[in-house]
Ligand binder design. Sequence first.
Ligand SMILES: *Cc1c(COP(=O)(O)O)cnc(C)c1O
Length: 351
Amino acid sequence: MYPRLSVDLLKVTHNTRTLVAMAREKGIGVYGVTKVHYGHPGITEAMVKGGIEGIADSRMENLEAMGDYGIPRMLLRLPMLSEASRVVAGADISLNSEMATIKALGRAAVKQGKIHQIILMIDLGDLREGIEPRDVHVFVPEIMKTEGIELLGIGVNLTCYGGVIPDEGNLGELAAIAGEVQKRHGVSLKVVSGGNSSSLYLLKGDFPKGINQLRLGEGIVLGRETTKGDPIPGTYQDAFILEAELIEVKEKDSYPRGTIGMDAFGNRPTYVDKGRMKRGILAVGRQDVVPEGLTPFDSGIEVIGASSDHTILDLTPSGNAYEVGDILRFRLSYGALLALSTSAYVTVHTG
Ligand SMILES: *Cc1c(COP(=O)(O)O)cnc(C)c1O
């Protein structure tokens, strides 16, 4: 069944183990982020085997569909006010920045006879979620008096939106805020959560002191740190690959014939005339994948474009005589993997 997302579970476990060991050396525990593979149970289990401390996902649907691995579950995206009781029922920990939501979580927790743990998110410049540092001392006492809620710690998310790189400056600031909160409000913060895979490059040197947790997705699944996209030594970059089938192979022009208007996505395409070329069409498209995020295993193949259900290839430079029915393999970007694992048209094959 193609297109197929092929997953090597041993490589997933190996990558997890490698990153968990690197982090542990600096006194940091790893939460394994499962959103990029749609919370797939087998892949989640492979991450658990690799030694993650907890599971983290941005969607309640994914957390709810998982088995119980005996480790905590964290909701990464700020809870919707409307899903507060669902969050308390299905997650042990959530990341938060809104008092109204925290109070709703508290009410739900009391009702369900639970204590819900929260990590208060601080925005240190990336401009996605989080309160501004100067508001910390207003939020902390409010949270501390909210019944049903335990303030587990504080955290930051960087790079995902603003592209801001974690460094001694911003992570040092987070650690300093944690110290100040403990002193001023007499609360012990168990967790200082220092971001995602973009913080991995810091493990090579002196990791900013006082950070004791990272939430890692891409680093585990694709073996890459995410500030520059460099491979992480000792990890696999091909634990996840796409296999897709050729449905047409023909010699054709490289320059379209006729008047060029807009393509299927409203863009006005431009073309370079390279003369005749051997072109292939794969049965996979923008509905399933980000075609720009595909790297063919055969370096003689180039992805030249795509519409909803078709991906067009230039096969000319390849030494292989491809035919209809052949299966081609690709390495994946984060965006490509995310799309593939959530497309209803893609089979996930683990082995
Ligand atoms: C997605 C996400 C992560 C994981 O990011 P990666 O770059 O895949 O490691 C961590 N924290 C939050 C809040 C997220 O939304």
